[in-house]
Design a protein around this ligand. Structure first.
Ligand code: ZN
Length: 379
């Protein structure tokens, strides 16, 4: 079978932005992922292209964002904080004002919109922008490290081109503002697997009974998971929800937010996943997507994120870490035949695992009762 054409979207221009010291959403993530992919020869096959993004135009942002909010964000680009901006979420520790912040948003959004363009014109079947995935940015506010919602803008652009879009989000945090943007629409199905809002940002939302409204009822699917959920429990739910939904919805294109902050080595969530479970989910997404636009989303440990996204890129290109593939990587990184990109399994005591499985079963059952009938899924 002909391999899909894939596009890796990268620019070292991201490195020139300087958010405050210690800011979790590092501008180095794209660079680190790109360098690791390059080192492992994951970018030099004939079906793979590396593209450099150009900044989005202000007019591109207006299909979702409020004009006045964008004017404020543009002023914030000077790097001088004004207290009145706090009501737009600007100037908090999560969304600091710094010199070039608006330019950063334009370039990151431009990178995701480049992915849309490449897929739309047939230059790529799969596009990956590790920098993207700002799923908490609202129409007129910034939140959770996100100022401009590239995902909503990308989905809207696909919808404008008469495409059916499925958005799947495996970041530890609920993809709240993407779900919100399409809550009343059946043209974009949003599906988010995340740590429950009982214990994690954005809090008090993202529950299984939030299923959409009006024409969108049954097109918003939330799978909240308890703290300390591990690979096995996560995948138990993922396998029961994602494949039946994508098969019945039949999207033209899938947008995937491949957040890696649910990994046990990441400091910002209470999930206990490893990149082994993460890889299984990515594989399933890739195998079921007619076209795929993937974005990085959250990831706050640079090394952990770069390894997981490199694995994701390998999977998107059918270059897994199986024995037969080792040769194509050159072998040196894979001591004892074990893929060094892979995490070691994380240990979760039986008692916690059982308790969490009970809760996850309850959530999956609820979704089967509320969403599956709308989607005509017989189970
Ligand atoms: Zn996150």
């Amino acid at each position: 079978m002909k391999p899909p054409k894939t596009a890796f979207i990268y620019s070292d221009a991201f490195l020139r932005f300087k958010p405050p010291e210690g800011y979790p959403w590092s501008v180095k993530r794209t660079e680190a992922t790109y360098q690791l992919c390059r080192k492992l020869k994951l970018l030099n096959h004939e079906w793979i292209s590396v593209y450099s993004p150009v900044p989005a135009r202000e007019s591109d942002l207006l299909s979702f964002h409020d004009k006045r909010y964008l004017a404020t964000l543009k002023k914030a680009n000077e790097g001088i904080f004004k207290e009145r901006w706090l009501k737009s979420g600007l100037g908090t520790t999560e969304c600091p004002v710094y010199k070039g912040v608006y330019d950063y948003c334009l370039l990151a959004t431009g990178a995701t919109l480049l992915g849309v363009k490449l897929i739309d014109e047939g230059s790529a079947d799969i596009a990956f922008n590790p920098t993207g995935g700002f799923h908490h940015a609202g129409r007129d506010f910034a939140a959770g490290f996100c100022y401009v919602n590239d995902v909503v803008l990308a989905a809207k652009r696909f919808v404008d081109r008469k495409k059916r879009v499925l958005y799947v989000d495996i970041d530890a945090h609920y993809g709240d503002q993407v779900a919100e943007a399409f809550y009343g629409s059946s043209r974009v199905m949003t599906l988010s697997f995340h740590e429950s809002g009982k214990t994690l940002f954005p809090f008090k939302t993202g529950f299984e009974d939030e299923t959409g409204k009006g024409r969108g009822r049954g097109y918003c699917v939330n799978v909240p998971m308890p703290a300390n959920t591990g690979d096995e429990e996560f995948m138990w739910a993922f396998k029961r929800i994602f494949p039946p939904l994508i098969r019945s919805y039949k999207p033209d294109v899938v947008i995937a937010a491949l957040g890696v902050d649910g990994l046990v080595l990441d400091p910002l969530s209470n999930l206990k996943l490893t990149n082994i479970g993460f890889s299984q989910a990515v594989q399933m997404i890739k195998d079921n997507s007619p076209k795929l636009l993937a974005v990085g989303c959250g990831g706050y440990s640079l090394d952990t994120s770069a390894r997981a996204w490199t694995l994701a890129w390998a999977i998107m290109n059918g270059l897994g870490c199986d024995e037969e593939d080792l040769m194509s990587f050159g072998g040196t990184f894979w001591g004892d035949g074990v893929c060094a990109l892979r995490d070691t399994p994380s240990f979760i005591p039986d008692e916690i695992r059982k308790k969490n499985m009970k809760e996850i079963r309850r959530v999956v059952t609820a979704i089967r009762q509320t969403v599956f009938p709308v989607q005509n899924i017989v189970h």
